[in-house]
Design a protein around this ligand. Sequence first.
Ligand code: FAD
Length: 463
Amino acid sequence: MSQRTPRGTSPRSPAAARDALRAALNRRDFLKLSGLGGGVFAAGTLGGGLLYSTPSRAVQTNARVVIVGAGAAGLAAANRLSRRLDGAQITVIDRREPHYYQPGLTLVATGVWERGKTEDRNDRYMPRDVDWIKAHVAEYDPDHDRVVTDTGESIEYDYLIVATGLQLRFDQVPGMDPERIGSHGVGCVYDTPQNAARTWEALEPFTHQGGKGLFIRPPGAIKCAGAPLKMTMLTEHRLRQRGARERSELHYYVPGSGLFSQPRIDDFLDNHFPERGITIHRHHRVKELDAENRQVVFTSEEHGEHTETFDFIHLPPPMSAPEPVRESPLAAQEGEHAADGWLEVDPYTLRHKRYANVFGAGDICGVPISKTSASSKNMVPVVVQNLIDDIEGRECSAEYTGYTSCPLITEIGRAILVEFDYSLEMVPTLPLISPYEEHWVSWIMKVELLQPMYNAVLRGRFA
Ligand SMILES: Cc1cc2nc3c(=O)[nH]c(=O)nc-3n(C[C@H](O)[C@H](O)[C@H](O)COP(=O)(O)OP(=O)(O)OC[C@H]3O[C@@H](n4cnc5c(N)ncnc54)[C@H](O)[C@@H]3O)c2cc1C
C-alpha cells in the first residue's frame, strides 16, 4: 500500500514557516491558527517578516482536502475550494472520466433528446491545481483521517468531503439488472445515457402499438423522485401523439400512500393522473421481474402477492449509499437514514455529526429532502463556507435550507417548476410563473436553460 504525504516545501516558502509552527501544534489547531483573520501568514507576520502577497479573498492554508466523487457536487466543491483556498492541497478521487448530465436522461428516454447531449467529460471541469486520482475509494477510515482506494493507495486528509452520489440497487430486484434495459419491454431512466437511450428503444414501439404500461416508484429515498412521474406522463403524451392512447392502459405503482413529498403537488397529481386515465396503485412494491415472460410480481398490503403482465415496464431499482460509505463508520448509525447507509450529516451545516472534519454534499447526504442536482447546487457553497470557517477557527456559519427543485414535465412542451425546502413550502424563484401550474416557460427552462446553468455550477458558479 503506498502512502501520500503533503506536498514538499521549499525552505524559503511560507509553507516552511508554517511547518516550523506545526511542529509545536496538533495539525487541526495549526490549520485553524493559520486561517485566522484571512491568514496570519498571508500578512507576513511570522518567520521574520516574510514578504509575499495572496489574492485578497483567498484563505491561506496548507490543509489537505480530499473530495470523494467528481459528479455534480464534487466538481462544484473542487472549483469553489480551489478559488477560495490558497496553498491547500486539494485531491479529487473518482475513477469515472465521462460526466453525465443526469437531469437530461428523462428527455433521452422519451425520445426528446439524443443521448450525446447528456455526455460530457470531467476533465473539462476539473480545476488545474487539484490532484485527480482516477480510482474509487474502497474504505473510509475517519478515525485515522484517511481513505483507501481500490488500487490500494492510502490518502490522508485534514478535511474530507464525501460526494459519491448513490448506488442503484438492481441487486434488490430479482430478475432485474442493467443488461435487461432496452429488451423485453423493460426500461429504466436512472442508469447511464446509453441505457436511457435503450429505454427509448423499448418504449418507442410501445408508443406506436399501445398495450399495458406499468410505471414503478421504488421504495426509499431516490434521486429525482420526479423522474418516475415524468416517465409516466411523457409516455401518456407520446401515446396520444401517435394515436395509440385508446388501445393502452397505464398504471403507476407507489410504495406508500403519496405520489410526491410536496403536499400541493401531491394533491395536483392525485387529480391529474386519473384525469389522464392513469391508474394509481398505492402500497405496492416489486418483488421480482420475469422479463422474458413480461411479468412482474408485486406485494401489496391490500392484495398480497400478485403477478401482472406488461407490454412496457419502467422499473427503477431502490437506491442506497454506495457500499464503501454504507459499510463505513460515516454511515448513519440509527434513525431513518441508517437502513440505506446515508452519510450522517447535520441537515443544516452538512458537517458529519460524529467526525467534525468530514462534510457531505449531494445525493449521499442523509437529509430529509429530495436528492437533486438543484440540492447539490445549494449544498456545495454551504459545505465550502463551513469548511473554511473551521480552517479559520470559527463555528460553521452557513446553513442549507433544504432547497430542492424539480421541473416536473407533464407533457412535451409543459412543466411545473416545483421548488421547495425542508419546510415543504414552495420557494419559487421564477417571477410571474405559478409554482402550481403547468407552463411552457418551465418547459423551456428544462430543455434550454438548466443544462448551461448546471455546467456553470460544476465550474463553481451560481448560488
Ligand atoms: C433520470 C434522472 C433525472 C434527474 N433529473 C433531475 C432534475 O430534473 N433536476 C435535478 O436537479 N436533478 C435531477 N437528477 C438528480 C441529479 O442528477 C443528482 O441529484 C446529482 O447528480 C447528484 O450529484 P452528486 O454529485 O451527489 O452525484 P453524482 O452526480 O451522481 O456523482 C457521483 C460521483 O461519485 C463517484 N463515485 C461513486 N462512488 C465512488 C467511490 N467509492 N469513490 C470515488 N468516487 C465515487 C461517481 O463515479 C460519480 O462521478 C436526475 C437524476 C436522474 C438519474
